[in-house]
Design a protein around this ligand. Structure first.
Ligand SMILES: Cc1cc2nc3c(=O)[nH]c(=O)nc-3n(C[C@H](O)[C@H](O)[C@H](O)COP(=O)(O)O)c2cc1C
Length: 202
């Protein structure tokens, strides 16, 4: 059986939701599965590691309707330093909004990369409400879909999977507003401050 290399493209990898999704995937995977974070300095190392696997699973969040720059920079390096045998690329993406379809364009961006650079494209799991779902009673829905993604990758099938919380947008908006306002209060940050463009002091 082949090997899967999971690459986490979240800019906040150590405490990212992507890391939790990757860990759930590794637990569900029947294949030899290795996890690596993409950093600013390990692109070439990861290009070499990509030569040593049959499948790549890109796990990342949606940032401004796109894959985050952490991942885009790595993809540029992978285009410049391709492995001789190109692994099949699958995607596990999560976004903050409730609708998993918010991720469609980012998935298309990865598909376009694969097409342009000769990588076979595998399966996709799009997660909506990705910041929250693992801390709700609906976490089992994500685990189930991650299991399906792992099974699809193990059998070489291309599947397009989606999961989110089965609640209305109004309920989600109300619950998430309360969550973020309380989170802000615990950290001494007001709603007005959160509504600025500043991210983590920059
Ligand atoms: C700078 C930034 C931009 C984001 N843009 C979007 C977006 O366009 N659509 C969306 O649904 N969620 C967006 N989100 C929410 C993230 O996708 C969500 O919080 C995700 O769970 C983060 O995953 P991570 O912890 O693996 O980085 C954004 C978050 C940040 C910090």
């Amino acid at each position: 059986m082949g090997k899967i290399l999971i690459l986490n493209g979240s800019p906040r990898e150590p405490r990212s939701n992507s890391k939790q999704y990757a860990a759930l995937f590794a637990k569900a995977s029947r294949m030899d599965t290795e996890y690596r974070a993409i950093t600013k300095t390990n692109h070439l190392e990861l290009c070499r590691a990509a030569a040593d696997c049959d499948q790549l699973l890109l796990v990342f969040p949606l940032y401004a309707d796109s894959p985050p720059v952490t991942l885009l920079h790595f993809l540029r390096a992978l285009a410049e330093h391709p492995p001789a045998e190109k692994p099949r690329v699958s995607v596990l993406i999560n976004c903050g909004f409730l609708e998993p379809e918010q991720n469609d364009v980012a998935v298309e961006i990865i598909q376009a990369f694969c097409q342009a650079n000769g990588y076979p494209f595998g399966s996709v799991l799009e997660i909506g409400g990705g910041e929250a779902i693992l801390n709700t009673p609906f976490a089992f829905l994500v685990r189930r879909k991650i299991g399906k993604l792992a099974a699809a990758m193990a059998t070489g099938r291309s599947r397009r999977l989606k999961v989110t919380m089965p609640i209305t947008k109004k309920m989600y908006l109300g619950a998430s507003t309360t969550y973020w306002e309380n989170y802000g209060k615990r950290n001494g940050i007001t709603r007005a401050q959160m509504e600025t463009m500043e991210i983590e002091g920059r």
